[in-house]
Design a binder for this molecule. Structure first.
Ligand SMILES: [Zn+2]
Length: 411
């Protein structure tokens, strides 16, 4: 965090206090361009200590103060070992040029005084800036503390991997390059979990792309076995898989693609009995089913558990997709109130489905899931995206929450 003028120290003090109150040990580093000076009352380092920082360091061209006096200008990487034992080290950075009140939360420690944009997770400013990352008001110290806790402290508590291996840095390089991802974002994906309900025409691209992106834990549920009629669109399965459980065939392909994954298979139907327990153990659910009845069950379980889910549906040459955040946007039942029963609804068995149409919608679902897990971009919440592949038209329909919805009306 760094790059600001007045307001910065106050924000840092508040962050130290809030994180202290939540039981974290906080260290701070104050960068100073001038000569080294030991701590003086009223200086920033003193204020950090007063606020509750357990280790406070001042880095200057002359040395590092308070923790240990050293000679030579130290990089952040050299300072960090002194801070071992801290849950988090907050670095107050340089002010660059005329750059006004901006606080940067870094995705990773680097030697650069200003973090590159792809490492930028959030801005704190009273200026109308737009870097494509969350913007916090200078007084919103609780919001910044929440972000720090969610991005750095809670994953660490869960004993998750803290660094990428050399191989992982190569494998996920194109992800890491993306604005708002970086190594921290990739680690976050590796620590995430997604339940994919269905491993057919939609589930194949969903699971393939989530697996390739490095979603650490993928749950696959499907009771069906692979049939010749599936292979025209269900690209996770191949001819030698005929007769195998789809979840087994899918798991094998995904682990070949990416050995980082943990794939959990359920050769079972997603039903009222198992829905709640399944949904509870994943971060987000992707609907890759082919029937309304199962979608109602997914919706009910996700609303009850407060889990987001991505709805996707395809038929013939058309498809649609929407993201449901329970309590924050309309749920599936807000839109489709009553199950019209199997007979009233045409299925892919009746009118066919082009494989690539399922591919497009499944790929959009996977994209939404990754965006949600990274906390990036605008989700399809309250916006039903529909596609007509014959005309190749995409259209967005605004949908609103229904306060009388039997599932989410009470939220
Ligand atoms: Zn609803």
């Amino acid at each position: 965090m760094g790059c600001s003028n007045s307001g910065k120290t106050t924000l840092l003090e508040k962050l130290i206090q809030i994180l202290n109150d939540r039981g974290y040990r906080v260290g701070t580093v104050k960068h100073h361009r001038g000569t080294f000076e030991f701590d003086l009352s009223g200086k920033d380092t003193w204020r950090h200590a007063r606020a509750g920082a357990e280790m406070v360091a001042m880095s200057t061209p002359d040395g590092l103060g308070l923790v240990k006096k050293l000679t030579g200008e130290l990089s952040l990487e050299q300072i960090i070992p002194f801070m071992s034992g801290m849950d988090i080290v907050i670095v107050e950075g340089f002010k660059t040029g005329s750059q006004p009140k901006i606080e940067l939360v870094r995705g990773a420690i680097s030697q650069q005084p200003v973090c590159p944009q792809e490492e930028l997770l959030a801005l704190v400013s009273d200026l109308p800036l737009d870097y494509g990352v969350p913007l916090f008001d200078l007084n919103n110290s609780t919001g910044v503390a929440d972000l720090i806790e969610q991005r750095f402290l809670l994953p660490a508590e869960q004993g998750a991997r803290q660094t990428l291996s050399v191989e992982q840095k190569k494998r996920y390089h194109r992800n890491i390059q993306l604005a708002g991802v970086g190594e921290a974002g990739q680690l976050r994906l590796l620590q995430s979990s997604v339940l994919v309900v269905g491993t057919g025409g939609l589930g194949s691209p969903v699971a393939y792309y989530l697996g390739a992106a490095g979603i650490g834990r993928l749950g696959l549920i499907d009771a069906d076995t692979v049939d010749y009629s599936n292979l025209q669109r269900q690209i996770l399965h191949s001819t030698p898989d005929i007769g195998r459980f789809k979840v087994e065939s899918a798991s094998e392909k995904l682990l070949t693609l990416n050995p980082d994954l943990e794939v959990i298979t359920y050769p079972d139907r997603f039903n009222q009995e198992n829905a709640g327990e399944l949904v509870r153990t994943y971060d987000i659910v992707v609907d890759a089913t082919d029937n309304l009845a199962t979608r109602f069950i997914i919706n009910q379980a996700c609303v009850a558990e407060g889990k987001p889910f991505i709805y996707g549906g395809v038929l013939s040459m058309v498809g649609q997709c929407m993201t449901i955040l329970p309590g924050k946007g309309p749920c599936f039942r807000c839109i489709f109130r009553e199950d019209p029963g199997d007979k009233a609804i045409k299925t892919t068995l009746d009118v066919g489905i082009l494989g690539s149409v399922a591919g497009i919608i499944g790929t959009i679902e996977a994209t939404e899931a990754v965006k949600y897990l990274l906390g990036q971009g605008d989700l399809l919440v309250g916006r039903m995206l529909t596609m007509d592949a014959l005309g190749m038209n995409f259209m967005e329909v605004e949908v609103k929450r229904d306060v009388t919805c039997p599932e989410c009306g009470h939220l």
